[in-house]
Design a protein around this ligand. Structure first.
Ligand code: NI
Length: 224
């Protein structure tokens, strides 16, 4: 499932991130790429300085923790520290799938869901679309600042060349409690129906049945 989530970050958070990144050093993104990705990766990433990272992680992880759509669609278990990547004119990231095992410095975990949070006004740069290959064709994604897209980490994707301005994004990877993307999608849809029923008809037997089925499906499929 490819899902766009609006308003992961608000204006104040975007400005704070801009302020923190303004003083940061950016280095060649190839330094963090695996052997295959290195051949097609041409961008820059913020040097991971601990104090700065702590501030950035607090902002991003804090708002994700409170985002109902993110939690319902991803069922997050473990999450990578974000990477802040920028693309200036001529920069691009060719077709690749993301690393399967993450967490070189801390506990290791599997990447099930990839997330890109857009940090710049789309009018301020040309190109830089995230292009995700799906069974229904290429999906080009370029979102307003503060919005995010999530997609299965197994998807082939690339970033189109930036031809004007600067593309700035935050990236992270999540291990989900539910590994299979089809099961996650089903749970997300059932959860939306459940929440609507709990609002509209809290006393109905149907609501109780759907609520219990949702809980027990999560229990059946969740890995801890
Ligand atoms: Ni990628």
């Amino acid at each position: 499932m490819l899902l766009k989530i609006q308003g992961i970050l608000n204006q104040a958070q975007l400005e704070k991130i801009d302020e923190i990144l303004g003083e940061a050093e950016f280095v060649d993104g190839r330094l963090t790429a695996g052997m295959a990705a290195r051949r097609v990766k041409n961008n820059q990433e913020m040097k991971q300085e601990p104090k700065r990272m702590e501030l950035l992680v607090r902002i991003l992880v804090g708002s994700l923790a409170h985002n109902d759509t993110f939690n319902s669609a991803v069922l997050p278990y473990r999450m990578a520290d974000p990477i802040f990547a920028r693309y200036q004119p001529g920069m691009t990231y060719g077709d690749h799938v993301d690393d399967a095992i993450m967490g070189k410095s801390g506990p290791r975990f599997r990447s099930d869901v990839s997330m890109t949070v857009f940090l710049r006004d789309p009018e301020s740069y040309d190109g830089g679309e995230l292009v995700i290959r799906t069974a229904f064709g290429d999906q080009k994604v370029k979102l307003p600042a503060g919005d995010a897209v999530i997609y299965p980490s197994s998807s082939l994707h690339h970033v189109a060349e930036v031809t004007r301005g600067e593309r700035l994004v935050a990236l992270t990877w999540i291990q989900s409690h539910v590994r299979d993307p089809a099961r996650r999608e089903l749970l997300h849809e059932l959860n939306q129906a459940r929440e609507q029923l709990l609002k509209d008809a809290p006393a109905q037997q149907t609501t109780a049945l759907v609520d219990r089925s949702f809980s027990n499906l999560v229990r059946m499929w969740a890995e801890i």
